[in-house]
Design a protein around this ligand. Structure first.
Ligand code: NAP
Length: 246
């Protein structure tokens, strides 16, 4: 479905980003992916992706850093020649009640999760405008839709991504650049592995489909939004949460 296209996926050394990169590679897409510190995992993953017969390069690049995002996109253009799809997936949590939340915990989460989307979108824009095409997918969260006690910083960053998505869709729709958000619910990755298992059990009970999501569940929606199958869809947020939020 993405044969010959090139995607930049931030934060794909593990978790959801990794699942998306794998599915895209299986669908013929060249992959430029980023990571923060997992150098060995990223190198091994490059080789795994290349086995699908596509070009794959991992870049160590801090998505929160405006200049680094621009340098990354310049390098990707040198290495790949073009960019068709941007997936703003890199994200972190620094959970605590607002009473205890430090300025640093607030700033870190807003910068890595939200400012990163601005940095990368702006850096890719010239290419998308030149191509008169582009699909941007922002990884929000059901927590951005509904809020969550103990996650005010994370919820604000993910809600911000939804507003950002709608604004970009409105600004750039006339140039055939689409921008959508995904709002995953509880997806089993390293980010959620550290959660209290009793809390997780309670959540799963409350999910209509009675299970946590997989990285493949999110990757499938990404593939749809990246491909021409969704060519008339922009500015939307799709929940991938087993019915958790309706
Ligand atoms: P994860 O397993 O913790 O992986 C996070 C990825 O982001 C890693 O590749 C990490 O690189 C990278 N990263 C972290 N900080 C970065 C930075 N400053 N610059 C570039 N890359 C950075 O997370 P995940 O569960 O797959 O989540 C992926 C996205 O989905 C996040 O935006 C998250 O908020 C969102 N989400 C997740 C869930 C869920 O249930 N898991 C639900 C809703 C939304 P390193 O390996 O080098 O650290």
């Amino acid at each position: 479905m993405l044969k010959g296209k090139t995607a930049i996926i931030t934060g794909a050394s593990r978790g959801i980003g990794k699942g998306v990169a794998e599915l895209f590679a299986r669908n013929g897409c060249n992959i430029a992916f980023t990571f923060a510190s997992s150098v060995e995992k990223a190198r091994a993953f490059e080789a795994e992706l290349a086995a699908y017969g596509i070009k794959a390069i991992g870049y160590q690049s801090d998505a929160a850093d405006f200049n680094a995002a621009h340098a990354l996109v310049d390098q990707v253009l040198k290495d790949f020649g073009n960019i068709d799809i941007l997936i703003n997936n890199a994200g972190i949590t620094k959970d605590t009640l607002i009473m205890r939340m430090s300025e640093e915990q607030w700033d870190d989460v807003i910068h890595v999760n939200l400012k990163s989307a601005f940095n990368m979108t702006k850096a890719c824009l010239k290419t998308f405008l030149k191509n008169r095409a582009g699909s941007i997918i922002n990884m929000s969260s059901v927590v951005g839709v509904n809020g969550n006690a103990g996650q005010a910083n994370y919820a604000a960053s993910k809600a911000g991504m939804i507003g950002f998505t709608k604004s970009v869709a409105k600004e750039l729709g006339s140039r055939n650049i689409r921008c959508n958000a995904l709002a995953p619910g509880f997806i089993q990755t390293e980010m959620t592995a550290s959660l209290d298992q009793d809390v997780v059990k309670g959540w799963v009970e409350g999910i209509p489909l009675k299970r946590g999501g997989t990285t493949e569940d999110v990757a499938n929606a990404c593939l749809f939004l990246a491909s021409d199958m969704s060519s008339y869809i922009t500015g939307q947020t799709i929940n991938i949460d087993g019915g958790m939020v309706m």
